[in-house]
Design a protein around this ligand. Structure first.
Ligand code: PRP
Ligand code: ZN
Length: 292
């Protein structure tokens, strides 16, 4: 019987959330402690724990069928290896947000990326940086580094950098100023664009449907409340992401109960607005699983 392989980051920013999503899909693994391969127990999907930078290459080489990796890395490797193609982003995962930004020394007199024309830019993302700058018609000398990009201007090996920024603390600690965002990135689920055999494709579709369900459930809340029947239209309009709520009569009362799955975040402000139009006994419950 066919099995699928999913590659995720072994240790780093994306590791915990990546594993969490797969577990919520009902996957359980027999983990071998330091080893890179975890065998899938209930569902024929095995896990490869690797360096995030290796994941796009492993997908392109057919070592695994699915990978969870930052869009920045996937784009860079596709540009290096395959003219920008070869991988398909199936779903952005909503975590691991960061941005690829141009940054310059704090004291450099410069206000726009166009002024970097002809200068030296240090980066670990040479092809992505080159192509994003080319779109802006800026041509620079790319200095490719595999790490510690932020110290390059101080060492005199580059005039500016293009690096990932999340909190900005690395830039601050190195007296660099973020000049311009080139690319917004987050963790995403990638597959190869090569066709899979039928059995693997069916497995992949099942896993993707479960992942979709996990992500949608995480964004959703089940809301229950009581209301005068006359307020139904107003209340429906106030429930975020709801078109068709369920309506139930309340025994011994002229009020109704309204139940709905809200597909968007439910804030305190929503509840206060519902109360203001006559809702009472408002309950907001988490949704554990969903299958459309
Ligand atoms: C990135 C980047 C910076 C740091 C920025 O490295 O290269 O060093 O994060 O984050 P901050 O704005 O919160 O300070 P990362 O940790 O992703 O390591 P990697 O590139 O080696 O995977
Ligand atoms: Zn990395």
């Amino acid at each position: 019987m066919s099995r699928l392989r999913v590659a995720i980051q072994k240790s780093g920013r994306l590791s915990e959330n990546s594993l969490e999503i797969l577990k919520k899909c009902g996957l359980r693994f027999a983990r071998s402690k330091d080893k890179l391969f975890w065998y899938g127990q209930d569902f024929p999907v095995d896990l490869l724990l690797v360096r995030d930078d290796d994941i796009p290459r492993m997908l392109l080489d057919g070592v695994c069928e699915i990978g969870i990796v930052g869009e920045n890395i996937a784009r860079e490797v596709m540009l290096q290896r395959n003219g920008g193609t070869g991988l398909v982003c199936r779903r952005k995962l909503g975590f691991g947000h960061c941005r690829l930004s141009l940054a310059v020394p704090e004291n450099m007199q410069i206000s726009s990326s166009t002024e970097l024309e002809g200068l030296r830019i240090a980066t670990s993302y040479p092809e992505l940086t080159r192509s994003l700058l080319a779109e802006k018609n800026i041509h620079t000398q790319i200095v490719q580094l595999s790490g510690s990009v932020e110290i390059a201007p101080g060492l005199g090996t580059a005039d500016a950098i293009a690096d990932l920024v999340s909190t900005g603390s690395t830039l601050r600690a190195n007296h660099l100023r973020e000049l311009e965002v080139l690319f917004e990135s987050q963790a995403a689920l990638y597959c190869t664009s090569r066709p899979l055999d039928e059995e693997k494709q069916l497995l992949l579709n099942r896993l993707l449907a479960r992942i979709e369900g996990v992500l949608q459930a995480a964004e959703s809340k089940y809301v229950m409340l009581h209301a005068p029947r006359s307020a139904l239209a107003e209340i429906t309009a106030l429930l975020p992401g709801v078109e068709h709520p369920s309506i139930m009569p309340l025994e011994g009362s002229d009020k109704i109960a309204i139940h709905a799955v809200c597909g968007e975040t439910v804030f305190w402000e929503h509840l206060e607005a519902l109360k203001a139009v006559g809702a009472s006994a408002i309950l907001v419950l988490p949704v554990e699983k969903m299958l459309a």
